[in-house]
Design a protein around this ligand. Structure first.
Ligand SMILES: *Cc1c(COP(=O)(O)O)cnc(C)c1O
Length: 361
């Protein structure tokens, strides 16, 4: 049985309209070319089959995922859009790409050769590594390709792309180095369209723009400019149900291993959410929830299905009350800071036991 609002321990609200307005805002910001949507990891945990049709209806025509099966899941929803796979071309999967019109992103000479052999020619994106050191053709491989273009005879190069290492830190010297390396790589190559900026890269300005930007996080409300106020609209709400409220006398431990003790007679609210739902265990004795806009400290260990909050100063919190875990008072970036991670991990950790409510665009 799927969780419903009646049975679930927590409800996830996803505002598809806010995702669409974030895409429009990024499109205004990135004047040089269109803006794609990166929808890997199930659209950063929010549901790719819900998110992609909303963006498609708004005019988005380029979608990026990490893995081939993620592309297959959304391909039928996005007629005539480009669906590209960031993870590279796994040997033996070429027919699947061709038969479903999915665009591989080639990051090694072996992948280029495999696709070229197969080609009619067929479209692909070439990925050049300008500093990430992860995927993409190395400078030496790129030089080999530039000096032996026959190798690409079976490839229609749709874009040449690269990926930024530190774009959320505008003063990091890596940004300029990658900008120059990417311009150099494009310079020696027959004219093709380019794809460069992720969410934060769009806000670095001219020099990091390209013919196709590839934001993910900012679409989902994560702040692409962490040193400035968040220009994006809030997308996610997460509320946990209070299952029980109990009076606990002074000096008593709460939760596994009794890592927290009452220092006064306390009211402890136990909510139906835990680390199995993506509420990181690192939030034990550090996190918080909100009720009526005021914070309740998370006390004791986060357990698998349950989390305890100190509701002593919140007489309005009773069984059945909903506590804000993510929302206007606690955006994903803030919860992430308390958990020692980033907003990306908070979103992609969101579990599958929530009742999910999608608010249409
Ligand atoms: C994930 C990813 C993106 C999107 O990055 P955000 O920081 O979420 O905007 C863009 N390009 C590549 C290659 C990626 O892996």
């Amino acid at each position: 049985m799927l969780p419903t609002a009646e049975t679930a321990g927590a409800i996830l609200d996803v505002d598809l309209g806010a995702i669409v307005s974030n895409w429009r805002l990024l499109s205004e910001q990135h004047r040089r070319g269109p803006v794609a949507a990166v929808v890997k990891a199930d659209a950063y945990g929010l549901g790719a089959t819900q998110v992609t049709p909303a963006l498609y209806a708004a005019g988005c025509r380029h979608f990026f995922v990490a893995l081939l099966h993620e592309a297959l899941a959304i391909r039928p929803l996005l007629p005539d859009a480009m669906v590209a796979v960031l993870g590279g071309l796994i040997p033996g999967t070429e027919t699947v790409y061709r038969d479903h019109a999915i665009t591989p992103i080639l990051g090694s000479l072996a992948e280029v050769d495999a696709w070229s052999r197969f080609g009619a020619p067929l479209p692909a994106i070439l990925h050049v590594d300008t500093g990430m050191g992860r995927l993409g053709l190395s400078p030496a491989e790129w030089a080999t390709l530039r000096d032996g273009p026959d190798r690409l005879s079976g490839v229609t190069v749709a874009y040449v792309m690269s990926h930024l290492v530190s774009s959320e830190l505008p003063d990091d010297a890596m940004n300029a180095r990658q900008r120059d390396a990417f311009a150099g790589a494009l310079g020696g190559f027959p004219a093709t369209a380019s794809s460069f900026a992720n969410s934060s890269g769009i806000f670095l300005g001219d020099g990091w723009d390209s013919d196709l930007a590839r934001p993910g996080a900012a679409l989902y409300g994560i702040n692409p400019t962490p040193d400035r106020p968040n220009p994006m609209r809030r997308v996610v709400g997460l509320r946990a149900r209070v299952l029980a409220v109990r009076d606990v006398p002074v000096g008593q431990g709460v939760g596994y291993n009794a890592t927290w003790h009452t220092e006064r007679p306390s009211r402890i609210a136990t909510a139906g959410i835990g680390y199995a739902d993506g509420l990181h265990r690192a939030l034990s004795n550090r996190g918080r929830a909100f009720f009526d806009g005021r914070p309740l400290p998370l006390v004791g260990r986060v357990s698998m299905d349950l989390t305890t909050f100190d509701a002593t100063d919140h007489p309005g919190v009773v069984p059945g009350t909903w506590l804000e875990i993510l929302g206007p008072h606690q955006p994903p970036d803030d919860l992430a800071a308390l958990a020692g991670t980033n907003g990306y991990e908070v979103l992609t950790s969101l579990g599958h036991r929530f009742a999910r409510v999608y608010h249409p665009a």
